[in-house]
Design a protein around this ligand. Structure first.
Ligand code: GLP
Length: 243
């Protein structure tokens, strides 16, 4: 696993955007695995800027997103489809039909099967972008006694509901279930880039970076099994975590 410590969170996001940009320039038909949450917002801002400045062409790019809340309308401002449109897809020349965020069609199990299919359609993503939850969750693979390899329906933990309630009017409004890629789906990507910032991520990042232990209690530790993972954190978090 490669670790990059930057001067600031802004620099981390610029670096991650450059890595994604490089993948697209190397292969204009690249498939990207994308993430939501507040951490990647500036990454998308940078990608939009690169596009506007003529440095990036999304016309042949396809994307698949890690996860989506279950039972939320795609038009809902807190849906991950809305997030992706708002932060990236509406501002670049990507074909919307080449983007996939799990939908609420059919049963949750059908939605998970559809996501599983999309992850591997025409090959797994060339690069997978990741954030990390305070408990080490990646996508919505929650910490616990076991993890799942494939896309599935996940019941969110209380700590994730609390953490994500900042985006909703109250914790009661946070969906309790989500459709998420499994660990095998994430690890199938050609490369993985994880960006973390903030004191709340200290313990999760310590588990990821301080030793070679892999545990379902910190799902991010499974990234140690991937031969091409880059973790980008800022100096402040690096110092706090002691890495
Ligand atoms: C959610 C998402 C994750 C994300 C995590 C952390 O649970 N499903 O993909 O990494 O939140 O989000 P943030 O970057 O806002 O801290």
């Amino acid at each position: 696993m490669k670790l990059i410590v930057t001067e600031s969170y802004e620099q981390s996001c610029l670096k991650a955007a450059e890595m994604i940009g490089d993948v697209i320039r190397q292969n204009p038909k690249a498939k990207l695995g994308l993430a939501t949450g507040s951490t990647p917002e500036p990454i998308y801002k940078n990608l939009v800027k690169m596009y506007e400045q003529g440095g990036l062409d999304f016309s042949q790019v396809s994307t698949v997103n890690l996860d989506e809340y279950w039972g939320i309308d795609p038009e809902h401002p807190q849906s991950y489809r809305y997030f992706m449109n708002h932060h990236l897809f509406d501002h670049v020349n990507i074909r919307k039909e080449a983007t996939f965020v799990a939908t609420g069609k059919g049963t949750p199990e059908q939605a998970a099967d559809e996501l599983e299919e999309k992850v591997f359609e025409n090959g797994a993503p060339a690069i997978q972008l990741l954030g990390i939850g305070a408990n080490g969750h990646i996508a919505f693979n929650e910490a616990g006694p076991s993890l799942r390899a494939k896309s599935h329906v996940e019941t969110l933990t209380e700590s994730t509901i609390q953490a994500n309630s900042r985006f909703f009017d109250s914790p009661e409004q946070v969906p309790t279930q989500a459709i998420t890629m499994g660990m095998g789906d994430i690890l199938a990507a050609g490369s993985i880039v994880l960006v973390a910032t903030g004191a709340s991520k200290k313990e999760a990042v310590q588990g990821l970076l301080l030793d070679d232990v892999i545990t379902t209690e910190n799902p991010s530790t499974f990234l140690k099994l991937h031969p091409n993972t880059t973790v980008i954190i800022d100096r402040e978090l690096a110092q706090l975590a002691g890495v």
